[in-house]
Write a protein that binds this ligand. Structure first.
Ligand code: SF4
Length: 339
């Protein structure tokens, strides 16, 4: 059941409605507790409180991020049947055609990264399937590091790893890692949720920046589950936080479960911004105008493989270009400064 049972403005605390109390706390930069998060998530889309929530999160993000939007660019390094077999992913071993497998040569990866940096991306992400070779990935990182500005952040989005490999990532020039305990992890994926947490611990211990995300959100996920991941992002002091709805990719195991709409995603985005207040950026993945008006200031451009796309060149499919991302930031009132 999606709503935890409260009716609008039905519960009182200190003479005020609970919701009024939470809004005031959020306005005053107070810490939102789990029950506050659940109450905000239960707000009905389209209600007066819904628009108040979105406005509050938008104002909060503009104030905290100084009106600056950010564009990260992600390159998918390989396509092959991935053993993690995530039920929403076009690369899952049960659905990906092995005949379509490929791995981008290292020089291509570094070349694309250089172009994306030149085009105006703020940070570069390298993404692989869960079984990509660790040593080759380090070499990719080293090659990219040489072709992008020295101060530009470089982020790994790979399978699980330990502290020793996290340190190797740093030595290769990576500054951060995108890693998550997914909604439905271990049920809709063939990955061990405990291993995901160990990797989060390794990232934090290594000094890499952590990029966390509440994802992939589907209509079946309860607000309790969503709140757990919002709070986890805060507990891990994610440097960058994000929300992402699950995209229904035809042929994947979870295709039939459907999607949440951008109004619902914007609400989750707003609550996440107000609860986590990530230090550097609050993202929505993939780019979405509504969430950019609800607390998000960061979106992605994407090149090559993308788990949410059947095209192996997502730049010709779902993937946004840096120019498109820049236009979306501008349309929603976010400035974007080129390096
Ligand atoms: S989402 Fe990532 S880990 Fe899961 S199947 Fe796809 S490529 Fe593998």
């Amino acid at each position: 059941v999606r709503n935890p049972g409260q009716t609008e403005n039905s519960i009182y605390r200190g003479g005020r409605t609970v919701r009024e109390y939470i809004f005031t706390k959020a306005e005053q930069d107070g810490r939102l507790e789990r029950e506050d998060v659940l109450e905000l998530l239960s707000i009905a889309v389209g209600s007066v409180d819904y628009y108040r929530l979105l406005e509050l999160a938008e104002a909060d993000a503009h104030r905290r991020f100084g009106n600056k939007g950010q564009i990260y660019a992600q390159i998918g390094l390989n396509a092959s049947p991935c053993p993690a077999n995530c039920g929403f992913c076009s690369l899952a071993k049960d659905v990906f055609n092995p005949d379509n497998s490929f791995t981008l040569p290292i020089e291509n990866v570094s070349g694309i990264a250089g172009q994306l940096a030149e085009a105006g991306a703020d940070e570069i992400f390298l993404m692989t399937t869960a079984d990509y070779d660790n040593e080759i990935f380090l070499k990719c990182g080293e090659a990219v590091r040489k072709l992008i500005p020295p101060t530009m952040r470089l982020v790994a989005n790979v399978g699980d790893f330990d502290l020793s490999y996290a340190s190797e990532l740093r030595s290769a020039g990576f500054t951060g890692a995108y890693h998550i305990r997914r909604l439905g992890e271990g049920k809709d994926t063939q990955l061990d949720p405990r291993q995901r947490i160990k990797t989060l611990d390794a990232i934090k211990s290594s000094g890499l920046e952590l990029y966390y995300c509440v994802e992939p959100i589907g209509p079946e996920h309860s607000y309790e589950e969503i709140a757990d991941e919002i709070i986890r992002g805060r507990d891990y002091e994610a440097d960058v936080m994000a929300v992402m709805k699950r995209v229904c990719v035809p042929g994947t195991a979870l295709w039939g479960r459907g999607e949440i709409d951008s109004d619902e995603q914007a609400k989750i985005c707003a609550v996440t911004e107000l609860c986590v207040k990530p230090r550097r950026a609050m993202g929505v993945h993939e780019p979405d105008l509504k969430s950019l008006r609800a607390g998000a200031n960061q979106i992605y451009a994407e090149v090559s493989v993308n788990p949410r796309d059947l095209s192996l060149k997502t730049e010709t499919g779902r993937g946004a270009s840096v120019a498109k991302a820049e236009a979306m930031l501008k349309e929603t009132g976010w400035g974007h400064q080129r390096r």
